[in-house]
Design a binder for this molecule. Structure first.
Ligand SMILES: NC(=O)c1ccc[n+]([C@@H]2O[C@H](COP(=O)([O-])OP(=O)(O)OC[C@H]3O[C@@H](n4cnc5c(N)ncnc54)[C@H](OP(=O)(O)O)[C@@H]3O)[C@@H](O)[C@H]2O)c1
Length: 335
């Protein structure tokens, strides 16, 4: 049986994403499961993979992007227990999820409750898990504390806002004017970073207990300066650098490490979903389970601006790279 897949044969702009037809379904080896994909996120990180600038990513074309997916178990390889055909599962694939079918090691799959929609569920994997672990595992924020979230109208930003609200945090969110309504609707104080100096505002507001920053460069420094004594900066991405606005990833790493050891009463600790999964695989499953439970209880409503078809992946990337997405885009796969 043939199936569709989005691949790139060379790194580059959105136009390198091509829809192809594979002739035969892949067969699961021992320990593997074939998953029929229902939904995959389209994220800023996928655009970095597509451009060949994703830090530490060693794969070379031809490849499919697709950092996460939700699907149903389609065929089970030998020596696999605990799964049944038709069961909904999720995984953080890092790449490869822009496809109708894929093979995954059975031990990396997380069961998804049948009551939640695949598009909501897939939003939990890369974006919400990143937000959840930064809040709970790294910054360890407490109810009533204040936080600063940059890119508050984006995929991870809106997840931080929703999860932060559940924790009763006071949240300041930087975003362009186009995302004001979304940010305020999620209960945060909107700061239009193009019109207002966020550091001056944080100083006027008495500073924050934690700052979550994926913008990079000078922004990291100013976020660090926005912290109260005892506060923590969690840098987790390099948006400006990826958008060609300069800066250096290795230098940013060095600066953050230095700020963390200097006796300044504040901490700084990088977050990487992949590194934390490697170090603490049980946290990955535990935290994703917690997010699926919140979703099932109706406590989370991911800000999905658009569901697009897998075949529209190139268009989705264009929208993401022009910061035109309020919240997130999910690619729906199959019928
Ligand atoms: N470390 C990890 O494990 C991890 C996991 C997931 C994602 N990430 C990284 O996190 C970053 C965000 O990912 P995402 O999926 O949330 O991307 P996204 O949905 O594209 O959101 C990024 C947002 O940043 C806003 N923005 C751009 N420049 C800004 C500035 N100077 N100040 C404040 N906001 C600004 C953009 O919209 P406006 O300009 O219109 O406000 C956009 O909404 C990416 O760099 C990604 O690679 C890291």
């Amino acid at each position: 049986m043939s199936y569709k897949k989005v691949i790139l044969n060379e790194f580059g702009g959105p136009e390198v994403l091509k829809v192809i037809e594979e002739e035969n379904l892949p067969e699961p080896a021992a320990g593997e499961v074939r998953v029929k994909i229902l939904a995959a996120s389209a994220t800023f990180t996928d655009t970095m993979v597509r451009k060949g600038i994703y830090f530490g990513f060693k794969e070379t074309p031809p490849l499919s992007p697709g950092y996460d997916m939700v699907g149903v178990v389609d065929k089970i390889g030998a020596n696999v227990d605990g799964f049944e055909r038709g069961q909904m599962v999720a995984d953080l694939t890092v790449f490869g999820a822009y496809t109708e079918y894929m093979l995954r090691p059975a031990d990396s799959l997380v069961p998804v409750p049948a009551e939640v929609s695949p598009t909501d569920a897939v939003s939990m994997v890369l974006s919400y898990l990143t937000a959840y672990q930064m809040l709970h595992r790294v910054a360890k924020v407490k109810s009533g504390q204040s936080i600063l979230v940059h890119g508050a109208g984006g995929a991870v930003g809106t997840a931080l806002l929703e999860l932060g609200k559940l924790l009763d945090l006071k949240i300041f969110g930087t975003a362009s004017a186009s995302k004001r309504e979304l940010v305020e609707g999620l209960g945060a104080v909107h700061i239009d970073y193009a019109q207002e100096d966020f550091l001056a505002r944080m100083q006027a507001e008495g500073k924050v207990d934690a700052a979550f920053d994926a913008i990079s460069g000078e922004n990291f420094k100013r976020s660090f300066q926005s912290l109260k004594k005892g506060g923590i900066l969690v840098p987790y991405g390099f948006y400006d650098n990826a958008m060609g606005k300069g800066g250096s990833v290795p230098i940013d790493f060095m600066k953050v490490a230095l700020w963390n050891i200097l006796p300044n009463g504040r901490k700084a600790s990088f977050y990487s979903i992949g590194d934390l999964r490697k170090k603490n695989p049980e946290w990955f499953k535990e935290d994703l389970d917690a997010l699926f439970a919140l979703l099932k209880e109706g406590k989370l409503k991911p800000a999905i601006e658009r569901a697009m078809k897998l075949e529209e992946a190139a268009e989705a990337h264009k929208l993401i790279e022009s910061a035109a997405v309020k919240g997130r885009i999910v690619l729906t796969v199959g019928e």
